[in-house]
Design a protein around this ligand. Structure first.
Ligand code: PLP
Ligand code: COI
Length: 361
């Protein structure tokens, strides 16, 4: 199989009129509006990847027997294109998304997409839909995904897949903007078990999280916190974000990899904090210990992090029969410093010394 694919560009004959697009961009929010184009690449057993296209965004023709609709053979990624403050358009660590997609593909018995083709797909879409990148604090959220579209009801890895990328202009992930989030502890449901798919970014993980996410909303919370599946004791991660904690001595810690999604934001923050001389630990942390530490003041801050959410302070934890605040419930200084540093690099306000920022335009 060749390492790079040739993409055919077919611009939409009906682009959204500029005034309509600007009105959409002004609305902000997350994941409700979409740009004019999409990428599609097909994969068939024996032939590999073919028919790479950048074309008008439109619904897929999908057979009702397509494997994804029955057995959820689907994976995805999430990354953002930014309008750099100095002009130009950039991506943040897109190579890491390409690698993680392939790790997810391995776990879900799906084909590998060469990293160069992933990057070309994403960058070509950003270039053709550059007018959809909001200014200010907004960005163009890119959603690469792959699914099994072979019409076959036998249970086995499919023989036909589609890789696609769509783009959505976004503002804040949380409706209430940058104020601290409340988090609901799910005592009943877990997200991932050892040997399961927790470390893969597959749709099935999110499907399994939705009942608990619904309970979070019912209890006035923005996100759900999952504990480990074996003991219901160890903190894992949130429905769509990783979690960090700050101690009263200024050190930082987060939960270990294994059954959680290896967040690119998580890895970047570990590196940024370490290089600022902050001690960072990856350790198992029980919910009982967290509650005791928050109540005694030993843990002074906690935050959620991910591409969509960036870095959001956690104000309060709620659960059946109780709740507690982290610090005074209003976030804290290390959360704010790390957010400024990360966003500064992503937006080109702070020099990128690590080769994380990729110029697209
Ligand atoms: N954990 C889960 C379950 C997620 O959905 C995400 C978001 O992608 C993350 C963590 C954070 O990952 P990243 O920082 O790569 O966006
Ligand atoms: C992302 O941050 O990219 C995610 O996929 C998480 C989801 C909450 C949108």
């Amino acid at each position: 199989m060749p390492d790079t694919l040739t993409f055919t560009h077919i611009p939409t004959p009906t682009p959204t009129p500029a005034a309509e697009r600007e009105a959409i961009l002004a609305k902000g929010g997350f994941g409700t509006a979409f740009s004019d184009h999409m990428v599609t690449i097909e994969w068939t057993e024996g032939r590999g990847w073919h028919d790479a296209q950048i074309r008008k965004r439109e619904p897929f023709q999908i057979d009702p027997a397509a494997a994804v609709l029955h057995y959820a053979q689907e994976i995805f990624e999430g990354l953002k294109a930014y309008r750099a403050e100095s002009g130009g358009v950039t991506l943040f660590r897109a190579d890491q998304n390409a690698k993680r997609l392939n790790n997810s593909a391995t776990r879900l018995a799906m084909p590998q997409l060469p990293e160069a083709s992933f990057l070309e797909a994403v960058e070509s879409l950003v270039r053709i839909d550059k007018d959809w990148i909001p200014g200010g604090n907004g960005s163009l959220y890119l959603r690469p995904f792959m699914f099994a579209n072979e019409p076959f009801l036998g249970v086995r890895p499919a023989h036909h897949f589609i890789f696609s990328v769509i783009a959505s202009p976004v503002g804040d992930y949380f409706k209430h903007g940058p104020k601290p989030v409340n988090v609901w502890l799910s005592k009943e449901y877990t997200r991932a078990a050892v040997g399961g798919t927790g470390a893969a970014k597959c749709g099935g993980n999110y499907a399994a999280s939705l009942i608990a996410q619904g309970q979070a909303y019912d209890n006035g919370c923005d996100q759900v916190l999952f504990l480990d599946a074996a003991e219901h004791r160890w903190i894992e991660e949130l429905g769509g974000m990783n979690i960090f904690f700050v101690r009263d001595d200024g050190s930082l810690f987060t939960t270990p990899l294994g059954t959680i999604l290896p967040g690119i934001t998580r890895a970047s923050l570990i590196e940024l904090a370490t290089s600022k001389g902050i001690q960072v630990e990856e350790r198992k942390y029980s919910f009982e210990e967290f509650q005791a530490d928050a109540q005694s003041g030993k843990v002074t801050e906690a935050f959620a992090c991910g591409t969509a959410a960036v870095l959001a302070a956690i104000g309060e934890i709620r659960f059946t029969g109780g709740s507690f605040k982290i610090g005074d419930g209003n976030g804290g200084p290390l959360t704010a410093t790390l957010r400024d540093e990360l966003v500064g690099i992503q937006r080109g306000r702070i020099a990128d010394t690590r080769g994380w920022v990729r110029k697209v335009l």
